[in-house]
Design a protein around this ligand. Structure first.
Ligand code: PBG
Length: 326
């Protein structure tokens, strides 16, 4: 291999034009999916204190947001329900007239071509805040599965293109696939949160969705942050069960997992740039400690460079706007 002074890597870094020419990883808006939190009513918009710039929205305002997402060229939306009333089995999440189905219908009417994914999990709808139903104080895996299937069906019936189970119950992808197929929804796709870690970075989301577990934590079903090999096993199982796409979550502290999944599997890989990752950059930028815009684009570039095809991010609209201006 030739060496200095024949070789000078700096030759290709001399100008914006050259750097742009040899850039390996590019960002574009269709790679970003924007999460939305749905609340009841009309014209309702509530700020989320720990996530400046993010709001809970009523279905009509979700549709408005969807129009903006379309004009920015975003890849799609991911919907979470924030119902005022919760119960032990999360029944409002299965209601065909529930918040997420209402928002899906409103969005599909406004912007039919924009892909919509919906979160499938009990935690936003249960009074105890866990992702499944409880028996003797622990989350009962098998009793939760039919409830997840019913929730996914209510979303598919409303017109969701993609259902995204984030509960981490074993066997739920197969159960949801079977339930969708039996009901005639063989073209509704499943995005599985295959490698979802038990993470401190979900903190602000739990304020946004008001879904903190009242007792205990999620370590009995979400993954141990120390386990990379187990993440690959989870992904393999979910693909075997019928997942069309898989997600790694959170993103920043798990980029090795994103890369390993990308290298080993052929399905589209998503990474979730979660609430805590968003709020850290926002907070530091507000304090003047970092350049928020640069930190945002650098983070998104890193997640893409690690191998994610699609990034779920609260920065989606802002990043798209910046890229369009650049
Ligand atoms: C659970 C769920 C969580 C997130 C999305 N779906 C986290 C949790 O409370 O376990 C977190 C997303 C984020 O932090 O942005 N169904």
């Amino acid at each position: 291999m030739a060496l200095f002074p024949q070789v000078r890597p700096r030759r290709l870094r001399r100008s914006d034009g050259l750097r742009r020419l040899v850039r390996e990883t590019r960002l574009s808006p269709e790679q970003f999916v924007l999460p939305l939190f749905v609340i009841p009513g009309r014209g309702q918009k509530q700020p989320i204190a720990s996530m400046p710039g993010v709001f809970r929205l009523s279905p009509d305002l979700c549709a408005e947001q969807a129009r903006a997402a379309k004009s920015l060229g975003l890849g799609g939306l991911l919907l979470f329900g924030v119902p005022p009333e919760k119960d032990a089995t999360g029944s409002s999440g299965r209601d065909p007239q529930g918040l997420v189905p209402q928002a899906v219908r409103a969005i599909k009417e406004a912007v039919p071509e924009l892909p919509i994914a919906t979160d499938v999990c009990l935690c936003d709808y249960t009074d105890h805040g866990h992702c499944g139903v409880l028996r003797n104080g622990t989350v009962d895996n098998d009793a939760t599965l039919p409830l997840l299937v019913e929730q996914a069906l209510s979303q598919a019936r409303a017109g969701a293109d993609i259902v995204a189970p984030s509960d981490m119950m074993d066997g739920r992808v197969a159960a949801i696939r079977r339930g969708l197929d039996e009901a005639g929804f063989e073209y509704t796709a499943i995005l599985s949160y295959a490698a979802k870690f038990s993470s401190s970075f979900y903190g602000p989301f739990r304020e946004a969705a008001q879904n903190s577990p009242k007792q205990g934590d999620r370590k009995g079903y979400q993954m141990d942050p120390a386990n990379g090999r187990e993440a690959l096993r989870e992904v393999a199982l979910d693909i075997e069960e019928g997942a069309d796409m898989v997600m790694v979550k959170p993103a920043i502290a798990y980029l090795d997992v994103v890369r390993a999944v990308r290298d080993r599997f052929e399905v589209p890989v998503w990474a979730y740039n979660v609430s805590g990752e968003y709020s850290m950059i926002r907070a530091a930028a507000t304090n003047g400690w970092i350049d928020g815009e640069r930190a945002m684009l650098e983070t998104l570039t890193g997640i893409r460079r690690a191998g994610a095809d699609t990034v779920v991010t609260y920065f989606a609209a802002e990043a798209a706007r910046l890229l369009a201006g650049a």
